[in-house]
Design a protein around this ligand. Structure first.
Ligand code: C5P
Length: 421
């Protein structure tokens, strides 16, 4: 879909996701970094989507981008000084803090994040961050070693713990010529996240990664070992999460399903490819849902030609695949982890054993068999977590997905509250 922007023209993002921010009030904070030049494109995207944008720069950001361009794009003078008689008379800094529905700092430098973490208020932007009740999002941009530095890691962990939304950074080539994590997310991506955060919903501003579908483990050039997973449950969950404002990435094995609108989809075939795709996307992740029916074993050394049927008995040697969800759950800084267990019998005890063995926060167990589970349109779930359980009765997978994510949101909130106290 496309939406009318101010002046009657239409704004369609290059990523094919359209956003509608008509009349939403956003403070765009810009700090000192090479990526500041991208803030102009971001401001333009926000304005075109219909948002009212007030740019606030830190004093040293001026070294990287001119205030005049940003003023022309947003139609508002750029704010910078804390004590500025002219602007304070029009809209004082406290009024401005109240005016904002969202504060997005992009790029957010290491220095800005450190000061934010320390609660300093020595620039207008820091003051606004402290004085506003609006959601605060930061898009870090810095050299990969600065990002990896324990000081930055501690600042980010502290900010995440206080509910600050940390968007990015992306990995890739850096302005300094190095490769690694530290690139600011692209303006289109940030725009999409602004829309998600402003849309409200229980998962607004949360990043979710899901696996779905089966994996195919090649035997030779034309054959594979696979399973009956349709991917429907994972796709329904991705859709429900997106509707609740989450930013959703879906790593999918081969399935014949349409990608839910607004969901980023990564297609993979094998368990090893799924493992690699997941491991690359764990940074600043809030929730990981492993819905895929990952093949537990893969043929050893699949051959590149078609095996001929000369032998009466053919032995297939299999080697164990990595357990993706267990590996994610074992990391020190990890998202809330939800797994699935498909069982033919002993549902509760097998599922609870699996939850503990894999270190999961929650497991959704379902019975598989004729007309149930894998290829069926509907399903029933027994959901288990530490100290609790609930049954979600048999119903279409889309409705089941809504109930399950509601339960996940409750448990995630409960966990955050416990950690804070
Ligand atoms: O051990 P089992 O396959 O029954 O566990 C199922 C759960 O573990 C599912 O959430 C599935 O997505 C996940 N899993 C995984 N990687 C594997 C095997 C299972 O993430 N190699």
């Amino acid at each position: 879909m496309a939406y009318p922007g101010p002046g009657g023209y239409t704004w369609r993002m290059t990523s094919s996701v359209s956003v509608h921010l008509h009349g939403r009030r956003v403070i765009l904070g810009i700090t000192a970094g090479i990526a500041a030049y991208k803030a102009a494109a971001l401001a333009r995207g926000l304005v075109r989507a219909g948002a009212e944008v007030q740019v606030v720069m830190t004093p040293s950001a001026r070294e990287f981008i001119g205030a005049m361009s940003l003023q022309a794009i947003t139609g508002r003078p750029v704010r910078e000084a804390i004590f500025d008689a002219q602007h304070e008379a029009a809209m004082g800094h406290i009024e401005l803090a109240r005016w904002a529905e969202l504060i997005l700092v992009a790029p957010a430098s290491a220095d800005f994040l450190a000061r934010l973490h320390a609660g300093l208020a020595d620039t207008l932007l820091h003051t606004l961050c402290l004085a506003s009740e609006a959601p605060l999002a930061v898009a870090p941009a810095m050299n990969r070693l600065m990002w990896a530095n324990p000081a930055t890691r501690a600042n980010i962990a502290g900010l995440l713990g206080r509910g600050v939304l940390v968007w990015g950074p992306a990995e890739g080539e850096q302005a300094c010529g190095e490769q690694g994590p530290g690139r600011m997310l692209e303006p289109d991506e940030l725009l999409r996240r602004v829309a998600g955060a402003l849309a409200g919903g229980r998962f607004a501003g949360r990043r979710v990664l899901l696996t779905a579908g089966p994996t195919r483990e090649p035997v030779d050039a034309v054959r594979f070992v696979g399973n009956r997973s349709s991917g429907r449950m994972g796709f329904a969950l991705a859709d429900a999460l997106r509707r609740e404002g989450a930013e959703v990435c879906l790593v999918s094995g081969p399935v014949g399903l349409e990608t839910p609108p607004g969901v980023e989809r990564i297609d993979v075939e094998t368990a090893l490819e799924m493992h690699a795709a997941v491991m690359q996307r764990l940074d600043a992740l809030d929730l990981f849902i492993a819905c895929a029916a990952v093949a537990d074993y893969r043929p050893v050394g699949p051959v590149s030609h078609k095996i001929k049927k000369n032998a009466d008995v053919l032995r297939l040697e299999l080697v164990k695949n990595p357990d993706i969800v267990a590996e994610v759950a074992a990391r020190s800084r990890r998202p809330f982890c939800v797994g699935f267990a498909a069982e033919t019998d002993g549902l509760e005890s097998y599922a609870e054993d699996k939850r503990r063995a894999k270190g999961l926060d929650m497991i959704a167990a379902n019975r598989v068999g004729p007309g149930l589970g894998f290829e069926a349109e509907d399903n029933a779930l027994l959901v288990l977590w530490e100290g609790g359980r609930t049954r979600l009765p048999r119903q279409p997978k889309a409705r089941l997905a809504e109930q399950l994510i509601s339960l996940i949101a409750e448990r995630m909130d409960a966990q955050t509250t416990t950690e804070d106290s």
